[in-house]
Structure formats: C-alpha cells, structure tokens
Ligand binder design. Sequence first.
Ligand SMILES: Cc1cc2nc3c(=O)[nH]c(=O)nc-3n(C[C@H](O)[C@H](O)[C@H](O)COP(=O)(O)OP(=O)(O)OC[C@H]3O[C@@H](n4cnc5c(N)ncnc54)[C@H](O)[C@@H]3O)c2cc1C
Length: 393
Amino acid sequence: MTKQIVVVGGGYGGISLVRRLEALGLGDDVTLIDRNASHTVLTEIHQVAAGAERPETYQIPFAGMGSFHFVQAEVTGLEPAATAGASPAGYLATTAGPVSYDLLVFAVGGVDADYGVPGVREHALTLHSLTGALTIRDRLAELPAGTPVLIAGGGFTGVELAAELGERYGGGENITLVEGAPAILPGLPRRLQRRARRRLGALGVNVLTGEFIARVEGDAAAAPHGGMAHFADGSALPFGLLVWACGVRANPLIARLGIPVDRAGRAIVGPNLETPLPGVYVIGDAAAGAPPTAQAASQQGGALALHLAARAAGRTAPVRPVRLLGALVALGHGYGAGVVTGLPLTGWVPALIKRANVARWFRTAGGWAMALRYFLGLAPGARRLARPTPGRG
Ligand SMILES: Cc1cc2nc3c(=O)[nH]c(=O)nc-3n(C[C@H](O)[C@H](O)[C@H](O)COP(=O)(O)OP(=O)(O)OC[C@H]3O[C@@H](n4cnc5c(N)ncnc54)[C@H](O)[C@@H]3O)c2cc1C
C-alpha cells in the first residue's frame, strides 16, 4: 500500500524535499500544503524591501510546479492516530479541511526573534516574508527624505538590507545599522567583516557595533511610524523606520502542535530529523540542530527525501547530515563577500557566485528555463527598478 507523504511549508526545505521525492517517482503520493500560493525566494527579498526589484521576480507559483498535489491552506492542528501503526497515521487540521497522512514533514520556517525587547513588536518591521518586504518598501516610500532609518541586526539579513538601501538612497538618507556584537557578520573571517563594513560606509550606511537596543518607544509625532531606540548604555537614537533583523526563532506552530521543542521553539529531532512523534519530521529553520540558512534547509530536504522513500518502501536509510559549503552576503548590486569552500572572497566574484546559486535554486523549484531567465536578468519584472528621486515623501 502506498504511503501518503504530507509536507507542510513550501520554502527551501519543503521544495527541496518534494522535488526530490518527485525525482524518486513518488510525486503522486506527496501533498504539499502552504498558506501561500507561491514559493518565495526569501534570500533575495531585501531587494524587494529596498524597492530595487519587483516582488513577482522572487515568487514561483506552486500550482504547476510539479506532479505533487498542492493544497493552499494554513495548518492549525495535528491529531496523530490513537494506535501505533494505524493507516492513516493521523490527521492535520487545516483551513481547507482535514488532511490525512502516513508520513508528515513540517518545513514551516522561522520568525524573527525579538528576545523580549520591549517595544519591538509594536514599533519595528521585520523582513521575514514577502509581505514584510512589501510593508518596508511602502513605509520607506512614505518617509520624507533624510528621515533616519534604523536597521537592528548586523547579520546577513540586516547587512544585505542596509547595503541595498545604502545603494539606492545613500548620501541623501540617514541609514544606520546597529549590531550588538563587536563586529558585523558574525561567522565570517575578520578581514571580510572589516571589508564589508568599509563597503557599507562607502554606500553611506552608518555602522554601530557593540550596541544593544534595550527598549523601543514609539513617537507618532516624529513620523507616522517613528520612535526612539534606547541603548543599554543609556544613549538613544531616533528613527522614522526601524527594521528588526536580530535573529530567528522557529515558527511557533511547532510548539503549538505539541511537538517537543528547545528554548528557541525549534523541534527536537533525532539524527533522521524525526520528532518523538513517530512518522512526524521537522526540517529547516523550525528544527534544532542546523543553522537557520536556506543552504541547510535545502540539504535537509533533499537528504530526507531519500530516507522517506526508503521508509515508504519498508527499508531504512539514514539521513545524510548537513555539510555547509560556505556563506555569501550581498553588499549591493554586483558586489558581495563570503567564503566559498574555505576561500575568502570579496567583490564581483562572490556576487556572481551568489547569483548562480540563486539561479540553481530557481532550477530546483521551477526548472531550467526559469533558472536561465533569472541568471540572464530576463525573468518577468527582473529589471532593476529606477532609483527613487530624493524627497520621495
Ligand atoms: C532577507 C533574508 C535573507 C536571507 N539570506 C540568506 C542567504 O543568503 N543564504 C542562506 O542560506 N539563507 C538566507 N536566509 C535564511 C533562509 O531564507 C532560511 O533559513 C530558509 O528560508 C529556511 O527554510 P525553511 O524551509 O525552513 O523555511 P522557509 O523558507 O521560511 O519556508 C517556510 C514555508 O512554510 C509556510 N508556512 C509557515 N507556516 C505555515 C502554516 N501554518 N501553514 C502552512 N504553511 C505555512 C510558509 O508560507 C513558507 O512557504 C535569509 C533569510 C532572509 C529573511
């Protein structure tokens, strides 16, 4: 009897998983559930937030993507069968009705962590979805020229957004990046951290390191979305827009469904990415054990497909552990920094490698034609948008 494999979440982990299951001939037995109609190429949405690219460039519709079944719905509940070995093994509650499963994978990603800093939820925007990127873009467009824009978090997301904003608005704008650690881009070699900081400076971005935001206050009089960021040392900075990009927590859905989690809300999984609930797996940002990156999530998806195909056929196959090949950060258009197979790089070469990686991802999700169109800048809406004129309010 065939096993119904249900995958919740069509991000990097989920898409890698269902595409590999299809390649193994199991597409008909797979159902993908996502609350959105399209996959978002999340690693590039800082360009949408900055108004440099159109959102459709980074969306790939699930319908017609492959031979798997697609259900657009929000998953809200999980009910495993009362007896072990039952078929189906349980039901998911979704906004489109119940969905039964034999093997179940959650690839529902993460949300921005506010670490309980007062005022962040109320007064900051986050860049963790296309909706978030569009909100930032629209709020930026409303701000009078010169209004201070504050980006909290000097990791990859914050740095990529700051560089993109610097490139588009630099000089005429007041963009500050704040990082609590002594250097931006933790994890990269110090030489690359320094070069990235210099590049941000050249793009007109002020970089503050070793500064923790302890509290955020709104001030509707300063600007419609403005306020004041108060630092741990007692100083403060006003902002017209605050973007919070200080780290990732797992999607709270995992804990809500009763799956055992760690302190960051990530599912506790074994070496094969299975949770203590038999037949229920979690991958990507929602699981403990691997860094919250697209690279790790997509490797886990591909590796888990082999394990699930074996399990569905009554065999066993261990899941290959994640092996990170490097890390690349975009520092504006056509310029990047990072480490590739141990080699530190800055300039146009890492930018080109990053573009090739994104094109490869388009191939995985949407096929060769889509990948080629993206790489050559021919995708619908892929033309970079004109730089806005100063005083855009
Ligand atoms: C701006 C930005 C830049 C980044 N840059 C890089 C980079 O350069 N390199 C890198 O390796 N990583 C990067 N990352 C991190 C990377 O995007 C994530 O680690 C990766 O997306 C995690 O993959 P995932 O499959 O776990 O979840 P996601 O890709 O987040 O996908 C989760 C999916 O689950 C769906 N979903 C969530 N909840 C539900 C629900 N209740 N019901 C139904 N569907 C649901 C969502 O709609 C979404 O499609 C970046 C992240 C951001 C935000």
